[in-house]
Design a binder for this molecule. Structure first.
Ligand code: SER
Length: 319
């Protein structure tokens, strides 16, 4: 573990910022090279090495891997579900080309491990929506979901064919305060906290009873590092693991916020994202992740709400 040198592609995104900071704590600042096509995120500044990198530029990625003697890659660059529907072909190109480029580098350079995230978006309206099993009907209807499912199959293929140690999990909606979410259907569950604090009201783009699986970022980051550090014999699927923490509807998160901000009001004005949400699971069966490598969540809706409001108050200087 000590000699790992990690490359993070997409380090300035919602997951990337926190994962980079967490990995730097575990492996050491200089052992984790952060890259993104965007300018360096303010929270990353001064915390370790940073390069500008386009995830689609396989040559530049390869050169950086050689130059920095990289042993592991975390590929986090992607367009998400809602943004993806606006330009399906571009989403497919970005999500798949970056991934296949990294998998090839992994084989060629005999990298120790690769991490590539999947999503509950792999599931679709024909999937059982409650306690969705690890293995079930998978017919995604968004281009993001299609790219994630194809990606899972590629992970499995590269593992079987070339022994590449590539690991993945299907994140539910991720809720965070440090870095901004980017174009997902579950992003309402971040916006709602910010608007509750700023304006005591929020107009939700999903209907009040739309249940979706969600997770606090602290759990997602810890789980990701635990999956990557688990011994290889514990990883029984080379597709992606279901992982789960909580499920709630806009009405339920509203009640949890009203406990702290009683004057908070919500209105509902569902848009195109409603249809995406209606095709996704309401809850996830993650027993395989729990049994195989010991996944456990720590945050439920109330604990997360308490922490989100406390942290955002400080961040937005409303305290
Ligand atoms: N949070 C993502 C989205 O809504 C799901 O992976 O697109």
């Amino acid at each position: 573990m000590k000699n790992e040198k990690i490359l993070i592609i997409g380090a300035c995104g919602q997951i990337g910022v926190e994962l980079t900071l967490a990995l730097r704590k575990v492996y050491g600042s200089d052992q984790v090279i952060a890259t993104d096509i965007r300018n360096e995120h303010p929270l990353l500044k001064g915390s370790g090495p940073y390069y500008s990198l386009n995830a689609l530029d396989a040559v530049a990625t390869y050169e950086l891997v050689k130059k920095e003697s990289i042993t592991q890659i975390y590929l986090l660059a992607a367009l998400l579900s809602a943004t993806g529907e606006k330009d399906p072909k571009r989403t497919w190109d970005i999500n798949m080309e970056s991934m296949l480029g990294v998998l090839d580098i992994g084989v060629q350079e005999k990298l120790n491990k690769i991490y590539w995230p999947s999503s509950i978006a792999v599931f679709g309206p024909t999937t059982p929506r409650d306690h969705t099993p690890q293995q079930t009907i998978v017919e995604p209807r968004t281009v993001y979901g299609i790219s994630k499912y194809a990606g899972e199959l590629w992970c499995q293929y590269y593992h079987q064919r070339w022994g590449l140690d590539v690991r993945s999990m299907r994140y539910p909606g991720l809720i965070s305060w440090k870095s901004e979410p980017g174009g997902g259907t579950t992003d309402y569950a971040v916006e709602i906290y910010i608007e509750a604090l700023k304006k005591s009201k929020y107009t939700c783009f999903l209907s009040e009873s739309t249940y979706l699986p969600m997770m606090y970022m602290d759990d997602a980051i810890r789980g990701t590092i635990e999956l990557m550090e688990a011994s290889a014999d514990k990883i029984k699927t080379r597709m992606a693991y279901n992982i789960s923490a909580m499920s709630f509807s806009p009405r339920e998160i509203t009640s949890a916020i009203q406990y702290h901000i009683p004057e908070f009001k919500i209105e509902y004005n569902p848009d195109f994202r409603q249809q995406i949400a209606d095709g996704w699971p309401r809850s996830i069966d993650d027993r395989a992740a729990r049994a195989d490598w010991g996944w456990q969540h720590e945050f439920d809706l109330n604990r997360m709400t308490y922490d989100m409001l406390k942290q955002l108050k400080k961040k937005l200087q409303l305290a």
